[in-house]
Design a protein around this ligand. Structure first.
Ligand code: PMP
Length: 426
């Protein structure tokens, strides 16, 4: 499989040629961004070389072909995440942008720039927006802004000692005044998997709209938004073997048609006068301006690649890797695993804090050993604060990860403890 990725093929070639293992990087940072298979790079290149054109405008055959590729990718992505129709898939720049499309759209609805059905999003003093303390800043700051704009109150589910939270914690935090409930499917720090369907049920009971940050789930496990019952969901192409610069906002037809466009301009309209504009139905209403067509085509190819392997197989393979990581970490004295030790409650990544060792020192040592991980707060400062630390070290996997890479990470953490003179009894 690694041979299908130019990035890994080059590393493996070097290793096979006898280069020192430390020089062949162990890429354990797919949670930040994943490497792209040749199928994706080829699809982008092929499109740009032979079919490049701006979509949905003009009458030429070239535009028709580009539009076909663009809309074809939308259908593939829709099917991949269980959307009933392609119109439920809105292109955005990334997950951050997709989440902002929701919060900025709600703000527009409350500023009087609504569309039919926007009353659904009325928000004001006394209303509550519920999130969790474990959110990535992308699913926190946009809600802070929306609360400030509308006078609503931002409330949150606090995390427990291990960074997780339960359905009972959610039950205690949700109220009759909760209008929106936004949470990550999978935490990018703890790997904890939220019980989405049950949470949606809680939200529905109080009439709250649900917004799922699916950044760390869609690339790794089978995800069906319709079955989960969420109203909106967001994810990024670059974490699922696809291109940068393309993300997805999923919405139910009811929600998307009631949401005003946060960004306006060309392409997204039906009739414009000097005073007014009328907008297209979703998804085109949200896609003002010239679109990133080659990225969309690349994302379609990434979905095709993942589907060909099978998301069930990918999930099973990554589960083995995470079990190996968790078991290895738990054997290391002085190393604290963030998130649940029960591997049935987590996927895709592990973060650790090493007693007496700053994450950046550890990161630098790992880097010198050729082990590529992520150190810092991972855009989740409140979560780290709740866990009693400023930063942590995260190793994340994808379907290309090998046991050897996992073992090199574990050995290098141990090596760092020795290098920095930690007194840890084995
Ligand atoms: N949410 C989560 C859980 C993430 O892991 C990330 C990426 N680190 C984001 C949101 C933001 O994704 P992007 O930077 O692609 O917009």
């Amino acid at each position: 499989l690694r041979a299908a990725f130019p990035y890994f093929a080059a590393i493996d070639e070097r290793a096979a040629a006898g280069a020192a293992a430390a020089l062949a990087p162990a890429y354990l940072d797919s949670a930040a961004t994943s490497q792209r298979p040749l199928a994706v790079l080829d699809a982008e290149r092929e499109f740009l070389a032979h079919s490049n054109a701006a979509v949905h405008r003009g009458t030429s055959g070239a535009v028709g072909a580009a539009t076909g590729a663009f809309e074809g990718a939308r259908s593939l992505v829709a099917e991949f995440v269980g959307a009933a129709t392609p119109e439920q898939i809105v292109w955005a720049e990334n997950a951050t942008d997709a989440l902002n499309l929701v919060t900025l759209g709600i703000a527009e609805a409350n500023l009087g720039n609504g569309v039919a059905g926007s009353e659904r999003f009325a928000l004001g003093a006394g209303d509550e927006i519920l999130i969790t303390q474990a959110e990535h800043h992308a699913n926190l700051i946009p809600w802070q802004r929306l609360a400030t704009k509308t006078g609503a109150t931002l409330t949150y589910i606090p995390v427990r000692e291990d960074g997780t939270w339960t359905i009972d914690d959610a039950r205690a935090a949700i109220t009759e005044r909760t209008r929106f409930f936004a949470f990550a499917h999978v935490s990018n720090v703890t790997g904890f998997v939220a019980p989405v369907a049950e949470l949606v049920e809680l939200a529905r009971a109080v009439g709250a709209v649900t917004v799922l940050d699916a950044c760390q789930s869609v690339p790794h496990i089978p995800v069906n938004f319709a079955e989960l019952g969420v109203d909106f969901a967001a994810f990024s192409g670059h974490k699922m073997l696809g291109p940068n610069g393309i993300g997805v906002l999923y919405g139910t037809p009811e929600m998307l048609s009631a949401l005003p466009a946060a960004r306006t301009g060309g392409s997204a309209i039906t009739r414009v006068t000097m005073e007014t504009a009328e907008f297209m139905p979703p998804p085109l209403r949200f896609e003002a301006g010239t679109q990133p067509v080659s990225q969309v085509v690349g994302l379609g190819a990434a979905v095709g690649f993942l589907t060909k392997i099978g998301m069930d197989r990918i999930a099973a393979r990554e589960h083995e890797l995470v079990e190996r990581l968790v078991a290895g970490i738990e054997e290391l004295p002085g190393v604290r695993l963030l998130g649940p030790s029960d591997t049935s409650q987590r996927i895709a990544l592990t973060s650790v804090a090493v007693e007496g060792l700053h994450a950046h020192d550890l990161g630098q040592y790992l880097d010198e050993q050729g082990v590529l991980v992520r150190v810092g707060h991972h855009c989740a400062q409140p979560l780290h604060r709740a866990l009693g630390m400023a930063s942590s070290t995260r190793a994340s996997v994808h379907v290309t990860t090998t046991e050897d890479e996992v073992d090199r990470f574990l050995a290098a953490v141990r090596g760092a403890q020795q290098y920095f003179g930690m007194e840890v009894s084995a």
